[in-house]
Design a protein around this ligand. Sequence first.
Ligand code: FE
Length: 361
Amino acid sequence: MHLPHWLGEFLVQKNLMRFRNSISAFLFQFVNRTCLWVVLGCAAFSISATADTLTVYSARNEQLLKPLLEEFTKATGTQVQLLTANEGALLARLKAESTSTPADVLITVDAGNLWQAGQQGLLQSVSSPLLEANIPAHLRDPGNQWFGMSVRARTMVYSKAKVQPKDLSTYEDLADPKWRGKLCLRTSKKVYNQSLVAMLMNDLGEAKAQAVVRGWVSNLATDVFPDDTALLKAIAAGQCQVGIVNTYYLGRLLDTDPNFPVGLFWADQGGSGVHVNVSGAGITKHAKNRVAAQKFLEFLSGDTAQKIYTDKDLEFPANPRVSADSVIKNWGNFKPNMINVSKAGELQAAATRLMDRAGYK
Ligand code: FE
Protein backbone atom coordinates (compact mmCIF):
# COMPACT_ATOMS: atom_id res chain seq x y z
CA MET A 1 0.00 0.00 0.00
CA HIS A 2 1.29 3.41 -0.91
CA LEU A 3 1.18 5.98 1.93
CA PRO A 4 1.26 9.74 1.39
CA HIS A 5 4.72 11.12 2.16
CA TRP A 6 3.58 13.19 5.17
CA LEU A 7 1.86 10.13 6.73
CA GLY A 8 4.96 7.95 6.25
CA GLU A 9 7.10 10.62 7.93
CA PHE A 10 4.61 10.85 10.79
CA LEU A 11 4.64 7.07 11.43
CA VAL A 12 8.45 6.83 11.30
CA GLN A 13 8.70 9.73 13.76
CA LYS A 14 6.13 8.13 16.05
CA ASN A 15 7.98 4.76 16.08
CA LEU A 16 11.25 6.51 16.67
CA MET A 17 9.64 8.43 19.52
CA ARG A 18 8.31 5.20 21.02
CA PHE A 19 11.75 3.62 20.63
CA ARG A 20 13.36 6.68 22.15
CA ASN A 21 10.87 6.67 25.00
CA SER A 22 11.43 3.03 25.80
CA ILE A 23 15.20 3.52 25.62
CA SER A 24 15.06 6.47 27.95
CA ALA A 25 12.70 4.62 30.30
CA PHE A 26 15.17 1.72 30.36
CA LEU A 27 18.11 4.06 30.86
CA PHE A 28 16.23 5.93 33.56
CA GLN A 29 15.49 2.68 35.42
CA PHE A 30 19.01 1.38 34.87
CA VAL A 31 20.62 4.56 36.12
CA ASN A 32 18.18 4.75 38.97
CA ARG A 33 18.83 1.17 40.11
CA THR A 34 22.55 1.48 39.61
CA CYS A 35 22.57 4.65 41.65
CA LEU A 36 20.58 2.92 44.34
CA TRP A 37 23.08 0.04 44.48
CA VAL A 38 25.98 2.45 44.34
CA VAL A 39 24.46 4.44 47.20
CA LEU A 40 23.75 1.31 49.23
CA GLY A 41 27.16 -0.07 48.40
CA CYS A 42 28.83 3.13 49.44
CA ALA A 43 26.81 3.21 52.66
CA ALA A 44 27.61 -0.42 53.43
CA PHE A 45 31.24 0.15 52.62
CA SER A 46 31.41 3.19 54.84
CA ILE A 47 29.90 1.22 57.77
CA SER A 48 32.41 -1.58 57.50
CA ALA A 49 35.27 0.71 56.58
CA THR A 50 34.92 3.46 59.14
CA ALA A 51 32.69 2.27 61.98
CA ASP A 52 34.24 0.26 64.75
CA THR A 53 32.20 -2.94 65.01
CA LEU A 54 32.53 -5.77 67.48
CA THR A 55 30.85 -9.15 66.99
CA VAL A 56 29.78 -11.03 70.08
CA TYR A 57 28.57 -14.63 70.26
CA SER A 58 26.60 -15.11 73.45
CA ALA A 59 24.81 -17.90 75.25
CA ARG A 60 23.39 -15.43 77.74
CA ASN A 61 19.82 -14.21 77.75
CA GLU A 62 19.71 -11.32 75.24
CA GLN A 63 17.61 -9.21 77.58
CA LEU A 64 20.26 -9.42 80.29
CA LEU A 65 23.04 -8.61 77.85
CA LYS A 66 21.48 -5.67 75.97
CA PRO A 67 22.01 -3.01 78.69
CA LEU A 68 25.71 -3.98 78.87
CA LEU A 69 26.14 -3.69 75.10
CA GLU A 70 24.32 -0.36 74.97
CA GLU A 71 26.51 1.10 77.70
CA PHE A 72 29.63 -0.14 75.91
CA THR A 73 28.55 1.52 72.65
CA LYS A 74 27.74 4.71 74.54
CA ALA A 75 31.16 4.72 76.20
CA THR A 76 33.29 3.81 73.18
CA GLY A 77 31.25 4.44 70.01
CA THR A 78 31.83 0.82 69.01
CA GLN A 79 28.76 -0.87 67.54
CA VAL A 80 28.13 -4.42 68.74
CA GLN A 81 26.68 -7.17 66.58
CA LEU A 82 25.17 -9.89 68.72
CA LEU A 83 24.44 -13.51 67.91
CA THR A 84 22.71 -15.52 70.64
CA ALA A 85 22.38 -19.30 70.79
CA ASN A 86 22.96 -22.02 73.35
CA GLU A 87 26.55 -22.78 74.37
CA GLY A 88 26.76 -26.08 72.48
CA ALA A 89 25.66 -24.48 69.21
CA LEU A 90 28.02 -21.51 69.66
CA LEU A 91 31.07 -23.69 70.32
CA ALA A 92 30.24 -25.89 67.32
CA ARG A 93 29.79 -22.78 65.16
CA LEU A 94 33.09 -21.24 66.27
CA LYS A 95 34.83 -24.51 65.51
CA ALA A 96 33.24 -24.82 62.07
CA GLU A 97 33.90 -21.17 61.13
CA SER A 98 37.52 -21.49 62.27
CA THR A 99 39.68 -18.62 60.90
CA SER A 100 36.76 -17.02 59.05
CA THR A 101 34.58 -16.50 62.11
CA PRO A 102 33.14 -13.01 62.47
CA ALA A 103 33.06 -13.48 66.27
CA ASP A 104 35.47 -11.42 68.35
CA VAL A 105 34.10 -12.31 71.79
CA LEU A 106 32.39 -15.33 73.33
CA ILE A 107 30.13 -14.81 76.33
CA THR A 108 28.61 -17.68 78.26
CA VAL A 109 27.54 -18.83 81.70
CA ASP A 110 29.31 -21.41 83.83
CA ALA A 111 33.04 -21.93 84.15
CA GLY A 112 32.52 -25.44 82.75
CA ASN A 113 31.41 -23.99 79.40
CA LEU A 114 34.21 -21.41 79.34
CA TRP A 115 36.73 -24.11 80.17
CA GLN A 116 35.41 -26.23 77.28
CA ALA A 117 35.85 -23.31 74.86
CA GLY A 118 39.43 -22.84 76.07
CA GLN A 119 40.19 -26.56 75.80
CA GLN A 120 38.84 -26.71 72.25
CA GLY A 121 41.25 -23.95 71.21
CA LEU A 122 38.47 -21.45 70.48
CA LEU A 123 39.84 -18.65 72.69
CA GLN A 124 43.09 -16.73 72.99
CA SER A 125 45.07 -15.58 75.99
CA VAL A 126 44.64 -11.92 76.94
CA SER A 127 47.30 -9.87 78.62
CA SER A 128 45.57 -7.01 80.43
CA PRO A 129 46.75 -5.55 83.76
CA LEU A 130 43.30 -3.96 84.12
CA LEU A 131 41.47 -7.31 83.81
CA GLU A 132 43.90 -8.92 86.21
CA ALA A 133 43.34 -6.10 88.72
CA ASN A 134 39.53 -6.19 88.40
CA ILE A 135 38.93 -9.96 88.38
CA PRO A 136 40.28 -12.11 91.26
CA ALA A 137 42.54 -14.98 90.18
CA HIS A 138 40.15 -17.78 91.25
CA LEU A 139 37.42 -16.36 88.95
CA ARG A 140 39.46 -16.48 85.74
CA ASP A 141 41.30 -19.00 83.61
CA PRO A 142 44.85 -19.54 84.91
CA GLY A 143 46.01 -18.98 81.29
CA ASN A 144 43.82 -15.80 80.97
CA GLN A 145 41.79 -17.24 78.09
CA TRP A 146 38.54 -16.28 79.83
CA PHE A 147 37.43 -14.10 82.73
CA GLY A 148 34.50 -14.48 85.11
CA MET A 149 32.49 -11.24 84.98
CA SER A 150 29.69 -12.06 87.42
CA VAL A 151 29.56 -14.50 90.30
CA ARG A 152 26.68 -16.84 90.90
CA ALA A 153 26.45 -18.58 94.25
CA ARG A 154 24.78 -22.02 94.38
CA THR A 155 23.64 -22.55 97.92
CA MET A 156 20.90 -23.99 100.12
CA VAL A 157 17.32 -22.70 100.36
CA TYR A 158 14.66 -23.75 102.84
CA SER A 159 11.00 -23.46 103.72
CA LYS A 160 10.68 -20.71 106.32
CA ALA A 161 7.56 -22.44 107.66
CA LYS A 162 9.18 -25.83 108.27
CA VAL A 163 12.95 -25.41 108.68
CA GLN A 164 15.15 -23.31 110.97
CA PRO A 165 18.49 -22.05 109.70
CA LYS A 166 20.13 -23.84 112.65
CA ASP A 167 19.02 -27.17 111.12
CA LEU A 168 21.20 -26.50 108.07
CA SER A 169 24.96 -26.72 107.63
CA THR A 170 26.71 -28.23 104.59
CA TYR A 171 25.87 -29.68 101.16
CA GLU A 172 26.96 -33.06 102.56
CA ASP A 173 24.46 -32.75 105.39
CA LEU A 174 21.58 -32.82 102.86
CA ALA A 175 22.54 -36.49 102.35
CA ASP A 176 21.69 -37.28 105.98
CA PRO A 177 18.61 -39.51 106.47
CA LYS A 178 16.99 -36.75 108.58
CA TRP A 179 16.12 -35.07 105.24
CA ARG A 180 14.42 -38.17 103.78
CA GLY A 181 11.49 -37.14 101.58
CA LYS A 182 12.26 -33.44 102.14
CA LEU A 183 14.87 -32.53 99.53
CA CYS A 184 14.25 -31.01 96.08
CA LEU A 185 16.96 -30.93 93.40
CA ARG A 186 17.24 -29.65 89.86
CA THR A 187 18.19 -32.15 87.16
CA SER A 188 21.80 -33.39 87.01
CA LYS A 189 21.78 -32.52 83.29
CA LYS A 190 22.14 -28.85 84.17
CA VAL A 191 25.75 -27.72 84.07
CA TYR A 192 25.25 -25.81 87.37
CA ASN A 193 24.85 -29.12 89.22
CA GLN A 194 27.70 -30.73 87.30
CA SER A 195 29.93 -27.88 88.50
CA LEU A 196 28.63 -28.20 92.07
CA VAL A 197 29.40 -31.93 92.14
CA ALA A 198 32.80 -31.27 90.52
CA MET A 199 33.59 -28.95 93.44
CA LEU A 200 32.45 -31.60 95.95
CA MET A 201 34.73 -34.13 94.23
CA ASN A 202 37.60 -31.71 94.52
CA ASP A 203 36.91 -31.02 98.22
CA LEU A 204 35.86 -34.48 99.44
CA GLY A 205 37.44 -36.92 97.01
CA GLU A 206 35.49 -39.06 94.57
CA ALA A 207 34.25 -41.83 96.92
CA LYS A 208 32.88 -39.44 99.54
CA ALA A 209 31.34 -37.15 96.93
CA GLN A 210 29.56 -40.14 95.39
CA ALA A 211 28.17 -41.19 98.80
CA VAL A 212 26.86 -37.64 99.28
CA VAL A 213 25.12 -37.60 95.89
CA ARG A 214 23.64 -41.04 96.60
CA GLY A 215 22.32 -39.71 99.92
CA TRP A 216 20.73 -36.71 98.13
CA VAL A 217 18.97 -39.06 95.71
CA SER A 218 17.59 -41.14 98.63
CA ASN A 219 16.26 -37.98 100.25
CA LEU A 220 14.39 -36.62 97.21
CA ALA A 221 10.79 -35.60 97.88
CA THR A 222 9.89 -35.77 94.21
CA ASP A 223 11.36 -36.04 90.67
CA VAL A 224 14.16 -33.63 89.82
CA PHE A 225 13.11 -30.20 88.49
CA PRO A 226 13.90 -28.73 85.08
CA ASP A 227 14.86 -25.35 86.59
CA ASP A 228 15.65 -23.57 89.86
CA THR A 229 12.50 -21.41 89.83
CA ALA A 230 10.20 -24.47 89.73
CA LEU A 231 12.21 -25.92 92.63
CA LEU A 232 11.82 -22.73 94.71
CA LYS A 233 8.07 -22.70 94.03
CA ALA A 234 7.86 -26.34 95.14
CA ILE A 235 9.45 -25.40 98.47
CA ALA A 236 7.05 -22.46 98.82
CA ALA A 237 4.12 -24.81 98.08
CA GLY A 238 5.26 -27.29 100.76
CA GLN A 239 6.21 -30.07 98.33
CA CYS A 240 9.69 -30.18 99.89
CA GLN A 241 11.59 -28.34 102.60
CA VAL A 242 15.15 -27.82 101.38
CA GLY A 243 16.94 -27.47 98.06
CA ILE A 244 19.98 -26.08 96.24
CA VAL A 245 19.70 -23.15 93.81
CA ASN A 246 21.56 -20.22 92.28
CA THR A 247 20.69 -17.25 94.48
CA TYR A 248 19.55 -14.89 91.67
CA TYR A 249 16.51 -17.12 91.04
CA LEU A 250 15.40 -16.49 94.62
CA GLY A 251 16.30 -12.80 94.19
CA ARG A 252 13.95 -12.53 91.20
CA LEU A 253 11.06 -14.15 93.12
CA LEU A 254 11.70 -11.85 96.11
CA ASP A 255 11.75 -8.87 93.75
CA THR A 256 8.14 -9.55 92.78
CA ASP A 257 7.02 -10.89 96.18
CA PRO A 258 9.10 -9.73 99.18
CA ASN A 259 7.17 -12.25 101.34
CA PHE A 260 8.06 -15.29 99.24
CA PRO A 261 8.34 -17.91 102.03
CA VAL A 262 11.74 -19.38 101.14
CA GLY A 263 14.91 -18.52 103.05
CA LEU A 264 18.52 -18.61 101.91
CA PHE A 265 21.29 -20.32 103.85
CA TRP A 266 24.99 -19.87 103.12
CA ALA A 267 26.33 -23.43 102.93
CA ASP A 268 29.49 -24.73 104.53
CA GLN A 269 30.62 -21.50 106.19
CA GLY A 270 32.67 -23.49 108.72
CA GLY A 271 34.37 -25.47 105.93
CA SER A 272 35.22 -24.80 102.28
CA GLY A 273 32.46 -22.25 101.70
CA VAL A 274 29.66 -21.69 99.19
CA HIS A 275 30.07 -23.10 95.69
CA VAL A 276 30.48 -20.18 93.32
CA ASN A 277 30.50 -20.14 89.56
CA VAL A 278 30.77 -17.39 86.97
CA SER A 279 29.32 -16.03 83.80
CA GLY A 280 32.21 -14.80 81.74
CA ALA A 281 33.82 -13.90 78.48
CA GLY A 282 36.88 -14.53 76.34
CA ILE A 283 38.35 -13.27 73.07
CA THR A 284 37.96 -15.75 70.23
CA LYS A 285 41.07 -17.32 68.75
CA HIS A 286 40.48 -15.74 65.33
CA ALA A 287 39.03 -12.38 66.43
CA LYS A 288 39.24 -9.72 63.71
CA ASN A 289 38.79 -6.79 66.07
CA ARG A 290 41.07 -7.81 68.89
CA VAL A 291 41.60 -4.29 70.23
CA ALA A 292 37.87 -3.61 70.61
CA ALA A 293 37.39 -7.13 72.04
CA GLN A 294 39.89 -6.45 74.82
CA LYS A 295 38.31 -3.04 75.47
CA PHE A 296 34.95 -4.79 75.77
CA LEU A 297 36.25 -7.33 78.29
CA GLU A 298 37.85 -4.55 80.29
CA PHE A 299 34.58 -2.62 80.15
CA LEU A 300 32.67 -5.67 81.47
CA SER A 301 35.03 -5.89 84.44
CA GLY A 302 34.63 -2.19 85.34
CA ASP A 303 32.22 -0.32 87.60
CA THR A 304 29.44 0.51 85.10
CA ALA A 305 29.04 -3.03 83.76
CA GLN A 306 29.54 -4.68 87.15
CA LYS A 307 26.71 -2.53 88.52
CA ILE A 308 24.44 -3.71 85.67
CA TYR A 309 25.30 -7.37 86.38
CA THR A 310 24.22 -7.01 89.99
CA ASP A 311 21.30 -4.54 89.61
CA LYS A 312 19.65 -6.15 86.58
CA ASP A 313 20.65 -9.80 86.91
CA LEU A 314 20.91 -9.99 90.73
CA GLU A 315 24.27 -11.73 90.40
CA PHE A 316 27.30 -10.83 92.51
CA PRO A 317 29.90 -8.53 90.96
CA ALA A 318 33.13 -10.39 90.12
CA ASN A 319 35.02 -7.15 90.75
CA PRO A 320 35.32 -6.99 94.56
CA ARG A 321 35.36 -3.17 94.58
CA VAL A 322 31.75 -3.02 93.30
CA SER A 323 29.01 -3.63 95.85
CA ALA A 324 26.07 -5.99 95.32
CA ASP A 325 22.45 -5.01 94.66
CA SER A 326 20.40 -4.27 97.79
CA VAL A 327 18.07 -7.31 97.47
CA ILE A 328 21.00 -9.72 97.52
CA LYS A 329 22.90 -7.63 100.07
CA ASN A 330 20.15 -8.55 102.57
CA TRP A 331 21.49 -12.10 102.60
CA GLY A 332 24.71 -10.86 104.19
CA ASN A 333 28.29 -11.66 103.34
CA PHE A 334 29.35 -15.21 102.72
CA LYS A 335 32.54 -17.17 102.48
CA PRO A 336 32.92 -18.49 98.92
CA ASN A 337 34.79 -21.64 98.04
CA MET A 338 38.11 -20.32 96.73
CA ILE A 339 39.09 -23.16 94.41
CA ASN A 340 39.66 -21.88 90.89
CA VAL A 341 36.37 -22.08 88.99
CA SER A 342 38.20 -23.78 86.10
CA LYS A 343 38.23 -26.94 88.28
CA ALA A 344 34.53 -27.22 87.50
CA GLY A 345 35.44 -27.65 83.84
CA GLU A 346 38.29 -30.03 84.46
CA LEU A 347 36.16 -32.35 86.61
CA GLN A 348 32.88 -31.91 84.74
CA ALA A 349 32.96 -35.17 82.77
CA ALA A 350 33.93 -37.16 85.89
CA ALA A 351 31.18 -35.40 87.88
CA THR A 352 28.60 -36.33 85.25
CA ARG A 353 29.68 -39.99 85.40
CA LEU A 354 29.56 -39.91 89.21
CA MET A 355 26.01 -38.51 89.23
CA ASP A 356 25.02 -41.23 86.76
CA ARG A 357 26.43 -43.97 89.03
CA ALA A 358 24.67 -42.42 92.04
CA GLY A 359 21.32 -42.59 90.22
CA TYR A 360 20.93 -38.77 90.07
CA LYS A 361 18.70 -38.16 87.04
FE1 FE B 1 20.74 -19.46 85.41
